[in-house]
Design a protein around this ligand. Sequence first.
Ligand SMILES: NC(=O)c1ccc[n+]([C@@H]2O[C@H](COP(=O)([O-])OP(=O)(O)OC[C@H]3O[C@@H](n4cnc5c(N)ncnc54)[C@H](O)[C@@H]3O)[C@@H](O)[C@H]2O)c1
Length: 380
Amino acid sequence: MTKKLNVGLIGYGFMGRTHSNAYRRVNNFFDVPYEPVLQVVCGLVEAEAKAFAEKWGYKSYTTDWHKVVEDENIDVVEICVPNNLHAEIAIAAAKAGKAIVCEKPLALNVAQAEEMVKAVEEAGVPNLVSFNYRRVPAVTLAKQLIDEGRLGKIFHYRANFLQDWTISKEVPQGGMATWRLDVKAAGSGVTGDLLAHCIDTAMWHNGPITDVCAMTETFVKERMHAETGKVEPVGIDDACTFICHYDNGSLGNFESSRYARGHKALYTFEINGEKASIAWDLHDLHRLSYFDHGDDSIVRGWRSIHVTDSDMPYMDKWWVPGLQIGYEHSFVHQAAEFLQNLAEGKSTSPDFREALATQYVCDAVLTSAKNKKWETVKKP
Ligand SMILES: NC(=O)c1ccc[n+]([C@@H]2O[C@H](COP(=O)([O-])OP(=O)(O)OC[C@H]3O[C@@H](n4cnc5c(N)ncnc54)[C@H](O)[C@@H]3O)[C@@H](O)[C@H]2O)c1
């Protein structure tokens, strides 16, 4: 028997669309105990919220997120707004007893993230943070191969996330379109926005990061603020590179930039183990590169696994072997697991506490860059 689950979405932008799309499709592909009902959408501009509600099938709309959180009819609150609003909304939603799906990064900073973990754990509400790349089948397959011991001892885990959309000095900071460049709304630049994804996936694959040594740069020091119209100092990191140790003895190096001309969203990782290596590239997300040193030497080499067979993660739910899926499906997988766990009153990984671990690494990275010293990462 499928039960109805009333969804309240806060934020109808990029992520509002991915979450709505996932809830609309999940029952068509996954047997889960709930059927999401898109009840209310909330956003800043009334006409846009209304248009979104009509397009995506929400029954009502509002511009006041408190109304969503306080609505007794709502079972789950989806937080898809800029980072500076996550804490206040999540804490209010936890107090109101709602299940919560929060976009990444969990919060602006560690202090807020700790408060959020406390709030959901005290209220005992199921929670999830949307580090969706874990649920790209090839990335999940990488986890399976590591857990099966196919790589043996891991020596290196490196990841990059490269973009090029802020190179022009004319791009403003702040406001609806460019809040990511305003430190008050975003908390940090590429570290919280892009590297948080890489760090979450890396710790899921390879275990905790213990200490970091980082450098950051802000290439454009001043930008016009879209809300005030004044030229103001830029407080975010435009680029960040760090090296680290993992608890298992392996070494990591990470790089992110929004100044890598030619790259739009190039998230890559490579993992080198004693017996095998793995590499993945978001631009070719349905493939996993794999090198197995155990192969006969005359056929040994990097192979490109097309992650579409039905015995590969999630793929039995989709089409037939050979036909691939894409970015949006990671959110459908996330929704499916969230709904399944919800029926048992459980949170879904990565929950707020796991996202706090990522926030601790981001915080250590920014502190290390500022102090020009190695920084130990706090444990959740
Ligand atoms: N998981 C991912 O891969 C991924 C990708 C992009 C963004 N994100 C995260 O998702 C969140 C939202 O990012 P986005 O790209 O969807 O942003 P966006 O700018 O596209 O949308 C933001 C939405 O928030 C709404 N909003 C802003 N202030 C509000 C307020 N006071 N009350 C109610 N609504 C308000 C706006 O109306 C808008 O609909 C951020 O935390 C971001 O880091 C995650």
